[in-house]
Design a protein. Structure first.
Lengths: 234, 592
């Protein structure tokens, strides 16, 4: 359960940092407002949707941290043989990173007010997302064809489950990105579109980061790191 | 964004339009069924939760009938008995308590108490309810599936959960249970994001975090915890579903069943326990923190006194929330873990007693020399304090490894958790329903029925659960279908079991009376007016009762003071609403 505890510790730091700015030591019973006062607006100036996405990403992060914890625990079993990683995953990783870059570019373009360029980069991001999912499915089929089926070995099971859950999150992101793209073509207000593109870009960067961690884990690079952590704890 | 329907913006103060995302229903269906109004969603959540809770209550009757009068009821065979236990536990913890506190009270109270027109993401909020309803239906489908629902116990421990000896293990039962939980978690996440972001971003002018009623603090913190804890259950459910459907071996160790080597092998049942309790322990506080918050407001309002130590109450809620993530393995003392871990988890567990005790002292000090009105909400709040202290004290027993190991498999544990997370939160729920029913319906709940219901429930639950401590101490095991003729079990145990069963039947009947009162008062209850309890918080200051769509008429309320200005010296009345400014001009040089 190391991975999830580390993740929770990071969250605890972020929450403490936030709480430190909320005047939690004030004495509300002494602070009565007077007639004619207009108290300031509450909450951060960031859009509610962005705050919501941030919290949702924390939930998604917890989900994958738990999967990683389970993976590291189960890995110690005697019946574990690491699954070979198809070369195609490297291509998929590059495609996913490309999608992330395209959305970042779309974000800057929509701020500058270049609607044509925004549409182009949104479409590129969308294509990259679809290609990534397609690539993951091809990678699955290659593994199945080579005889690495889901129930054969816990390493296989984890591979299919983790990549599957990550793929589902990309699929959900594609739905949102699809909506944003169609908005870009239907001529919605710029500020509105800008927010949507922003949200998509943040989500994509996050899913890319999650994928990089998962990829490192599945290829076995993370094992050394995990071993180090374990040595430090025990 | 606002609704683009012509004229819709007229009702809303233009200065606030920018932030408000208010959906205006156009038909009966979108107003009452597929509603995006948090108040309607709250009532939908609460009704569904109570309905499924009644099912769980009937299941507990059936269990008690078997335990009190073993062998007298031919339709309760061991398989059914285990199915009753499992469904009773799972429904009560997740589908009743979690859904009612967060989906029910959270939806109704958060926007009203922080001065918002609605939740920030109303569409996701609506989806949340419909996914919850679907989860409940899938769960109930288990009763009608071939083989019946799962009988693995609510903790669903592998490997027994998937073996043929367990009801539903090789049939549909476990599949439906896991699917239902996954749906519930997805739906809850949608609602939970709403509750958190509405508290963060939806507060009206002047409603600083430290001016929020403790109810909102409790629900807010519990929701944050639930959002982070439910993924653990989600992962456990997905992996268990893989083991069941695809024959993987995440959790399933090598097993020989009926002389046959089962296919999966090498899995780790302990891994499941870690994942389950990483969710399961925070879950206790996900239920308890909203109860803590609500009971603080009930006590302050009905004792006409400001809450004692408001800041400390807020900090205690936050500290309990944080600590509850590092105590999970105290549910696993008997799993054969490293003694050093046991020491660590026992320490963290006992440390939680400190902020919890602070809260209890503050409730009592709020009551001290207060103008206590023994209304029904107050009665339930008092009963909660007593019950919670009782259940909490036995928690200190079980938090210690050496005491827990012999008691772990006995009725003592049943008594402990029913007191602390069964009866105590339910008492708060009853108090809260009595308190806010007038706002929701415009009518008071019937007082006479309420008093009968209160006394039968309060004394009755003690009659049920107090003797179970004794049963546990003499060694009566939990989860057993019948005790039979066991040497160490004295005859008094059998008499006590009969007594408990009779008490359980009576307490159950009192709940039926309460449900009757809920419906009856809807039509015949005394009209309540806008603020029958003379309370300070914003939900009592709405222009209409029940609050209309959008809650606040044309202008959002502006908050000038904290929520506990009761019996302020010199004030004309014994309460000052949060949206009432001080009439004196600010003093020169004084710090506001």
């Amino acid at each position: 359960m190391i991975a999830i505890l580390v993740f929770m510790a990071v969250l605890a730091v972020i929450i403490s940092w936030w709480a430190a700015q909320q005047r939690l030591t004030s004495k509300p019973w002494l602070e009565t407002g007077h007639i004619g006062d207009l108290p300031p607006r509450q909450g951060s100036p960031v859009a509610a949707a962005k705050v919501g996405l941030g919290i949702f990403l924390a939930v998604v992060g917890a989900l994958f941290a738990l999967l990683i914890s389970a993976y590291l625990t189960r890995m110690e079993g005697a019946d574990w043989w690491a699954i070979p990683i198809p070369r195609l995953l490297w291509v998929n990783t590059a495609v996913l990173a490309g999608g992330s870059l395209a959305l970042q570019r779309a974000k800057t373009e929509v701020r500058r007010g270049h609607i044509e360029a925004t549409r182009l980069f949104l479409l590129m991001g969308l294509t990259a997302g679809v290609l990534f999912l397609g690539g993951q499915i091809v990678a699955w089929r290659q593994l199945v064809a080579a005889g690495y089926v889901v129930a054969d070995n816990p390493s296989n099971s984890f591979f299919y489950m983790i990549t599957g859950l990550h793929g589902l999150h990309i699929l959900g992101g594609l739905a949102a990105l699809g909506r944003t793209t169609s908005r870009a073509f239907s001529g919605v207000r710029r500020e509105r579109l800008s927010l949507s593109v922003d949200l998509c870009a943040v989500y994509w960067h996050f899913m890319l980061a999650v994928w990089l961690v998962l990829f490192a884990l599945l290829t076995g690079w993370a094992n050394q790191f995990a071993g180090l952590c374990r040595a430090l704890i025990t | 964004m606002v609704d683009i329907r012509a004229g819709a913006g007229d009702m809303i103060n233009p200065a606030e339009v920018e932030d408000v995302e208010l959906y205006h229903p156009h038909s009966w269906w979108t107003k009452y069924v597929f509603s995006q109004d948090a108040k309607v969603i709250a009532i939908q959540y609460a009704s569904t939760a109570i309905a499924i809770g009644v099912v769980a209550m009937v299941l507990s009757w059936l269990m008690r009938l078997q335990l009190g009068f073993p062998g007298s009821f031919s339709f309760i065979d061991p398989e059914h008995y285990y199915q009753f236990i499992t469904m009773h536990g799972m429904i009560m913890v997740i589908y009743l308590l979690t859904a009612l506190f967060l989906g029910g009270f959270g939806n109704y109270l958060i926007p009203l108490m922080v001065g918002a027109r609605d939740m920030v993401f109303p569409y996701a909020n609506m989806l949340s309810y419909w996914l919850y309803l679907l989860a409940v239906l899938v769960l109930v489908a288990g009763f009608f599936a071939p083989g019946g629902p799962t009988g693995a116990g609510w903790t669903l421990y592998p490997p027994q959960v998937l073996l043929s000896g367990t009801p539903g293990g090789r049939d549909w039962g476990i599949i439906l249970m896991l699917s239902s939980l996954i749906l519930f978690i997805v739906g809850f996440t949608m609602g939970g994001l709403n509750y958190v972001v509405t508290v963060l971003q939806g507060r009206t002018r002047g409603m600083t975090l430290m001016r929020m009623p403790l109810t909102v603090w409790g629900i807010f913190t519990a929701t944050v915890m639930a959002l982070l804890a439910f993924p653990a259950l989600f992962v456990a459910c997905v992996m268990l579903l893989f083991d069941r459907l695809l024959g993987t071996s995440f959790f399933m160790p090598a097993i020989v069943e009926m002389g046959e080597q089962l296919k999966p092998g090498g899995g780790s049942p302990i891994l499941f326990q870690h994942l389950f309790w990483f969710f399961g322990h925070p879950e206790v506080y996900i239920v308890a923190l909203p109860a803590f918050g609500i009971v603080s407001d009930l006590i302050s309002t009905h004792a006409r006194k400001n809450i004692f130590g408001y800041r400390m109450m807020v900090w205690a809620i936050l500290i309990i929330g944080a600590l509850s993530f590092v105590v999970w393995a105290h549910h696993m003392y008997v799993s054969g873990m490293n003694p050093n871990f046991g020491f660590f988890f026992a320490t963290t567990t006992l440390i939680i007693a400190v902020p919890t005790a602070i809260k209890v002292y503050n409730w009592i000090l709020t009551l001290w020399r207060g103008d206590i009105h023994l209304t029904l909400p107050m009665l339930f709040a008092l009963a909660f304090i007593v019950t919670f202290v009782n259940g909490g004290l036995t928690g200190l027993f079980l938090g210690n490894v050496v005491v827990d190991v012999p008691l772990s498999d006995t009725m003592f544990v049943v008594a402990h958790f029913h007191m602390v997370m069964g009866v105590a939160p339910l008492l708060v729920i009853f108090g809260a329903i009595h308190h806010w029913y007038p706002k929701v319906t415009g009518r008071m709940l019937d007082e006479t029925i309420g008093k009968i219901h209160f006394w039968v429930t309060f004394l009755g639950t003690y009659a049920i659960f107090f003797p179970m401590h004794y049963l546990g101490l003499v060694g009566v095991p939990r989860r057993y279908y019948e005790l039979g003729e066991t040497v160490f079990i004295p005859p008094s145990v059998h008499t006590l079991n009969e007594f408990i069963t009779v008490a359980a039947l009576i307490v159950g009947a009192a709940q039926v009376l309460f449900l009757f009162s809920l419906v009856w008062s809807l039509f015949r209850g005394r009209p309540a007016g806008g603020n029958p309890w003379r309370a300070t918080t914003l939900e009592w200051q709405t222009p209409q009762t029940p609050p209309a769509h959008g809650n606040w008429g044309r202008d959002l309320p502006i908050v000038y003071r904290w929520p506990y200005d009761y019996s302020v010296p010199g004030a004309p009345e014994d309460f000052i609403p949060q949206n009432q400014p001080s009439l004196e001009p600010p003093m020169h040089g004084a710090v506001a």
